[in-house]
Ligand binder design. Structure first.
Ligand SMILES: Nc1ncnc2c1ncn2[C@@H]1O[C@H](COP(=O)(O)OP(=O)(O)OP(=O)(O)O)[C@@H](O)[C@H]1O
Ligand SMILES: [Mg+2]
Length: 250
């Protein structure tokens, strides 16, 4: 099986505070991994480091993606190579319409991979089709990205980007948080629809109910910046029932 992501002994600090501690994680092509962990344990920090956000010091270890050194690449290059991060807190970008943002991201990725841009008509057809699946009205596509979107609307929009970009490694940081019951099902089904033997996912969530719908191959418990236990979906059931006390006590 082809190895996609290999995080090896990774330690990361922010403002001299150690947040990720000797983390090891391997994700092979086609696998879905879920991370669950208490607030403040470093899950979003890990997603940001993978996506290439500034402000983090890698104090130890390395990360490879498709056998290349991921840390050498800019955030744009990482996106073009197939890494996608759905943010826990999607950013508002005034002046950039939602549809143009997605079009630019898609075209950049296609160009990087030697593909012609989609014909405008084909792009419009595709985005309208995906927006419909996610219950996103067409007028929201023309609005400025995330500006004034409700919390749940932002999360649906992250799912739209996921469906449009079809990344090889999707990192979903609490994409299920803040969704109403119906949106939760719609987004979980949308995530499932992007599942394939070619693509992998890293899903960060606080809720076992998402994992019930998505059925990850592995569940990892993330405490104090590292994975302290890994297992199958039953680990998520245990956390739902008993919380993190057992893990906090080592
Ligand atoms: N720029 C920063 N400056 C100082 N501390 C930071 C910074 N960024 C993150 N931290 C701290 O790092 C820790 C990990 O934060 P992170 O957002 O990764 O947690 P998380 O596991 O995603 O939590 P949650 O489940 O609440 O989303 C927290 O204690 C946070 O306050
Ligand atoms: Mg977080």
């Amino acid at each position: 099986m082809k190895e996609f992501l290999n995080i090896n002994n990774l330690s990361v600090s922010v403002d001299e505070k150690n947040i990720i501690n000797n983390l090891n994680l391997k994700i092979n092509q086609g696998e879905i991994h879920a991370i669950m962990g208490p607030n403040g344990s470093g899950k979003s920090t890990l997603s940001n480091v993978l996506a290439g956000k500034d402000g983090y010091s890698i104090t130890n270890g390395n990360i490879s993606f498709c056998e290349e050194n991921l840390l050498e690449f800019s955030p744009d290059e990482r996106a073009n190579k197939g890494i996608f991060l759905a943010f826990q807190y999607p950013v508002e970008i005034p002046g950039v319409t939602n549809i143009n943002f997605i079009k630019t991201a898609l075209e950049s990725k296609r160009e990087f991979n030697g593909l012609d841009p989609l014909k405008p008509g084909d792009f419009l057809k595709l985005i309208k089709e995906k927006a419909k699946v996610l219950g996103i009205p067409e007028d929201r596509l023309k609005r400025q990205l995330n500006v004034g979107f409700s919390g749940g609307e932002k999360k649906r929009n992250e799912a739209l980007q996921l469906m449009m970009l079809n990344p090889s490694l999707a990192i979903l940081d609490e994409t299920d948080s803040g969704l109403d019951v119906d949106a939760f099902k719609i987004v979980a089904d949308a995530v499932n629809s992007t599942r394939s033997k070619e693509n992998s996912m890293l899903i960060i969530t606080h809720y076992q109910r998402l994992l019930e719908r998505i059925c990850p191959d592995f569940v990892h418990v993330f405490v104090n910046g590292s994975i302290i236990e890994s297992g199958g979906p039953s680990l998520a059931d245990e956390i739902e029932k008993n919380g993190y006390e057992r893990f906090n006590n080592g």
